[in-house]
Design a protein. Structure first.
Length: 211
């Protein structure tokens, strides 16, 4: 497993376990940051690349489940793998409902941890790629003129060129020119793709599209 651009964050108050997990993950080519407390973790700078968190449930002071809720409130997306020596079913259910990748009971198999981390990193990588693509799309959308934006939204709602022309009081040919320019700026190869871009930008409500 080679994850040179990835970081695994480990929070556990057991120094032997931290060291053991650190050795295991570094042998797989990953960057590892080890923390004894949640407070130490919160003081650190977030990784720039894909990351996931290996988190002990029971910690002095704030618990792992408390941190999971805190990250959710802060809208900080970070895949979490819980580990515990004293797990129970209600605790694991709560963790999984909160979006945890896995809930492992100590002592766990190295491969089970590695598999969970691989899944967590792949999810974080996919999320980051989606966010980057959306940011690029927003930048392209910002280059559209007000009229091009208006027509893009109408097209996404399923309105035909002649209907749009009637609605806003311009010639149908002019609508098509604006639509073509919007598609060029957004790099949309088809009208369905233009509609998908509008959905990603949340330009259209959930109302049924008209034809």
């Amino acid at each position: 497993m080679s994850e040179a651009d990835s970081t695994v964050l480990v929070i556990d108050d057991d120094p032997d376990l931290r060291a053991s997990v650190g050795r295991l993950l570094r042998s797989g080519g990953m960057d590892v940051q080890l923390f004894a407390t949640i407070s130490d973790f919160l003081k650190s700078d977030p990784p720039n690349g894909p990351a996931c968190l290996v988190l002990d449930v029971r910690l002095p002071g704030q618990s792992g489940l408390d941190l999971q809720r805190e990250l959710a409130r802060a809208k900080r997306k970070l895949p979490i793998i819980f580990i515990t020596g004293h797990g129970d079913i209600p605790m694991s259910v709560q963790a999984m409902k909160g979006g945890a990748i896995e809930f492992l009971t100590k002592p766990f198999r190295d491969q089970d941890l590695l598999d969970a981390i691989q899944l967590g990193l792949s999810r974080d990588r996919a999320w980051r790629e989606n966010e980057k693509a959306l940011a690029d799309l927003r930048e392209r959308f910002a280059t559209l003129s007000p009229r091009e934006r208006e027509i893009m939204i109408q097209v996404a709602r399923g309105r035909l060129s002649k209907q749009i022309a009637h609605d806003i009081g311009i010639a149908e040919a002019t609508v098509k020119v604006h639509r073509s320019r919007a598609m060029q700026k957004l790099k949309a190869s088809s009208l369905p793709e233009l509609g998908q871009m509008a959905d990603k930008l949340q330009l259209v409500s959930d109302e049924p599209r008209r034809s």
